[in-house]
Design a protein around this ligand. Structure first.
Ligand SMILES: Cc1ncc(COP(=O)(O)O)c(C=O)c1O
Length: 390
């Protein structure tokens, strides 16, 4: 079937954070929301059908995951990325951030250091620091217009206290889809220093322009043993409100320890709708995803061309994955709070401020382009008008 991503969907009764938290987060509710990473698109029809059928059963008791739930994930990763995930490696978490937070609390101790590669998804800071662990930043390097990992800086920052590195693959917000070579170099440094990699690969399916996503753990058996991978169809298929993710522990001691904690916290079960939605997504969602990424790719081209023609002071990066655009706004010559003020109070557009992703984000904004092109055009024309008044 042909999906209509151009259609503008009214989310006013959708209880959507992206819309309903504008006042709370930006101080005013009349903004065009291009911030938090969910999409303004309807879900794939097979997912909607599966949820409708489950709702129609009219019994919503405790759930038990059938083998087909896990088989759907295994089959997706095997056929798309040639990664053979073993059933005994797989566990569950309501969200990826929940899993990372549990790992921090239960797999590390106070004083342990965790490396992140900034600018990066802001909860990476909080899962480390708010759980009382020490954060070490290994900033990405800008080489020309491309972000790359800084391996020399990484090696300099490693000491005996460093226990984990949190990898973002593909990388939010800069949109890099790390190559096998880049991941291999990173993995070798980590292994040599006995550092485990927590691979947040929630954006793995959202890859653009023929680029190839490589699951870190798929590179070798040794890398797998040194990894914990977090994945979920919630990001790929716009199901964040259903809250379900898969956590993969090729080291089965870690797996068993994690499952014990899920039991203690009593968060081991899917809700009844996520259970059927995840299966439907991985079994029947591929066509929707293909059409989605074509549309997102066109949206990125649209924003890039628009900025070039009308707002040349704003330079979007060229993402290889995700539906997030990292906008270099430095040529506007504004301090970060003035840039925020321009977008919110003049343009009336809600974007994520760059400094939320680390100090390297100064002068940048993140734009979510997973919405109809007409909304993007409206947002850009508001920004153009606001910029012309500086
Ligand atoms: C890199 C990354 N990890 C995790 C998440 C959130 O996942 P969850 O809602 O499962 O915690 C996001 C959401 O934007 C993300 O960009």
């Amino acid at each position: 079937m042909r999906y209509d991503f151009d259609r503008i969907i009214d989310r006013s009764n959708n209880f959507a954070a992206k819309y309903d938290e504008l006042e709370l987060r930006f101080g005013r509710g009349d903004l065009l929301p291009l911030w938090v990473a969910d999409m303004d698109f309807k879900a794939a029809q097979p997912i909607v059908d599966a949820i409708r059928a489950r709702a129609a059963q009219e019994i919503y008791g405790y759930t038990a995951r059938p083998d087909t739930y896990f088989e759907a994930v295994v089959s997706w990763y095997k056929r798309r990325y040639d990664w053979e995930i073993q059933r005994e490696w797989m566990s569950y978490s309501p969200t990826v951030v929940t899993a990372m937070s549990i790992i921090m609390r239960e797999f590390t101790k106070p004083g342990d250091k965790i490396i992140i590669q900034t600018p990066v998804y802001y909860p990476f800071f909080s899962v480390v620091q708010d759980n009382g662990r020490e954060l070490v930043c290994n900033p990405l390097k800008l080489v020309g217009e491309d972000y790359v990992m800084d391996y020399e800086d990484l090696e300099c920052k490693i000491d005996d206290q460093v226990k984990y590195l949190i990898l973002c693959n593909p990388h939010n917000p800069v949109g890099r889809v790390w190559t096998k070579e880049e991941l291999t170099k990173l993995g070798n440094i980590c292994m040599k220093n006995n550092i485990k990699v927590i691979a947040d690969e929630i954006h793995g399916d959202l890859v653009l322009y023929g680029k190839k996503y490589t699951p870190f753990a798929s590179i070798s058996e040794e890398f797998a043993k040194y990894s914990i991978t977090c994945i979920s169809a919630t990001k790929t298929f716009n199901l964040a409100g259903l809250q379900a993710s898969t956590v993969i522990f090729p080291d089965t001691k870690d797996h068993d320890k994690f499952e014990k904690i899920l039991n203690i916290l009593d968060i081991k079960r899917n809700n009844c709708f996520s259970l059927v939605a995840m299966q439907a997504a991985y079994q029947e969602g591929e066509e929707w995803l293909k059409q989605l990424m074509e549309y997102v790719g066109e949206n990125i081209r649209f924003v890039t061309d628009y900025c070039e023609d009308h707002i040349p002071q704003i330079k979007p990066n060229k993402p290889e994955g995700t539906y997030l655009l990292w906008l270099n706004c430095k040529e506007l010559g504004l301090k970060d709070e003035d840039l925020h003020n321009l977008m919110v109070n003049e343009a009336k557009v809600a974007l994520n401020g760059g400094t939320g992703f680390g100090p390297e984000g100064s002068g940048y904004m993140r734009m979510n382009v997973a919405c109809s092109r007409r909304l993007l055009e409206e947002g850009l024309s508001r920004i153009k008008k606001a910029v012309s008044k500086i």
